[in-house]
Every structure is written in structure tokens, then in C-alpha cells.
Design a protein around this ligand. Structure first.
Ligand SMILES: [Zn+2]
Length: 87
């Protein structure tokens, strides 16, 4: 048993983690080990990266683009609504 998300991003993952290495034997882990891995910073980085790759993450650039587009639309609506475009 191993963590597929961490193995997908070896540059972000903790390479010494037992869940990164996996087990060759019976694959049994204590629940505390799984919870600890799930809460670890390196695993969360891998999960965030995975979500970004799947299009579910919050990327800084799209947030800025959404804000900029929202401002442009609001300005265009205000100009059209106040009939400033014909003055
Ligand atoms: Zn992991």
C-alpha cells in the first residue's frame, strides 16, 4: 500500500515517508500513521498540486484574471447603464 498522490509528485512529497515507499508485505498500517500522513504538510502540498492539475484548485493567476474581468464588466455595465457612451 502506498500514497498514490505523493508518488505522483515526488518533488513535493516526503521521500522518506513509509506511505511514499509503500509496503511490499502485508500492506497493513496503523490508523494513526494514515492520519498523520494525511495531515502532513508534504502530503497536503501533493493534494493541492493534484487538485490544480485536475482544475479544482485555486490558482493565483485565474483569481487575478477573474477579478480583472469582473472589474472590466462592471465598468462597461456602468458606462452603458448611465449612457456615458453617447456623450
Ligand atoms: Zn500522501
Amino acid at each position: 500500500m502506498y500514497c498514490a498522490v505523493c508518488r505522483k509528485y515526488p518533488k513535493l512529497a516526503d521521500l522518506t515517508s513509509p506511505l511514499y515507499k509503500g509496503t511490499g508485505g502485508n500492506g497493513k498500517y496503523r490508523i494513526e500513521t494514515l492520519k498523520s500522513h494525511n495531515g502532513s504538510a508534504t502530503h497536503q502540498k501533493c493534494v493541492n498540486r493534484s487538485q490544480i492539475d485536475q482544475g479544482n484548485g485555486d490558482e493565483p493567476l485565474p483569481k487575478l484574471l477573474k477579478s480583472a474581468i469582473n472589474n472590466i464588466i462592471n465598468t462597461a455595465f456602468y458606462i452603458a447603464n448611465e449612457n456615458f457612451s453617447f456623450q
